[in-house]
Design a binder for this molecule. Structure first.
Ligand SMILES: [Mg+2]
Length: 239
């Protein structure tokens, strides 16, 4: 049985603001429909993770370039679009787009009764943002009740440092011997899969489009939070 589920936020519950992305991608001729922008985030993360696996370096320009390519920006305009995206990021740091299906998936997870926590590399405001968007909160409220929300800026440690997960496990009351069964769901290899592994947890890589640049058997993949809820249910039925 899975004792608890920890959730990343960026790429799992929210993605970058569409208006921010449009400000850079529309002038370059990209397809800026909501569906194209939602999809492009994961292409960006795959490029970021792929670059990290190849070089050990995180280069968010690789994310920008892959986002631009994913929405159809022509190759000769990629460099300029990366600059426009970097400028847009400096103006608006918002990750306010709610991933389609994420709220429904989160409710399905909550309905399993499994204990939930959030572990996010963020800017100190993620708990407030999740409340404002009625996604989740610690205790009762308009969103799903979770046991804890850990923001890397608040605790001063970020994924993949395994110590960030310790805060969540302590709040969830998970013993050291049960930690190996705890699931952490995230959209990146560099922070989430590596971090969860380092903490002795079970990583589930949220990879909705099958973009993962690692070997297929390197780690487990899910397409949605509804998939995670199903995995929890199966573990409950198996006892
Ligand atoms: Mg993320």
């Amino acid at each position: 049985m899975i004792p608890a589920v920890l959730l990343d936020v960026g790429g799992v519950i929210t993605t970058p603001d569409h208006d921010m992305l449009r400000s850079a991608l529309e002038p370059a001729g990209g397809d800026t429909t909501a569906a194209a922008l939602d999809r492009a985030h994961y292409a960006g993360i795959s490029a970021l993770d792929g670059g990290f696996l190849a070089s050990g370096v995180l280069n968010w320009r690789q994310y920008d370039a892959a986002v631009a390519r994913a929405v159809g920006v022509a190759e000769e305009r990629i460099d300029g679009t990366v600059e426009a995206l970097e400028a847009a990021w400096r103006l608006v740091r918002g990750w306010h787009r709610i991933v389609p299906g994420a709220l429904e998936g989160l409710r399905l997870l909550a309905e399993t009764g499994v204990r939930l926590g959030v572990v996010s590399n963020a800017d100190g405001t993620v708990a407030d943002q999740l409340v404002a968007a009625r996604v989740c909160q610690v205790g009762a409220g308009h969103g799903v009740a979770v046991a804890v929300v850990i923001d890397s800026t608040v605790v001063g440690i970020e994924k993949p440092d395994p110590r960030i997960f310790t805060f969540a496990l302590d709040a969830l009351g998970v013993s050291a011997e049960d930690a190996a069964g705890v699931v952490h769901v995230g959209d990146t290899i560099f922070a989430d899969v590596r971090g969860a592994r380092a903490a002795g947890l079970r990583p589930l890589h949220l990879d909705p489009y099958g973009d993962c640049p690692a070997a297929p058997d390197d780690h487990e993949h899910v397409r949605s939070l509804a998939d995670v809820a199903q995995i929890v249910r199966s573990s409950q039925e198996a006892g």
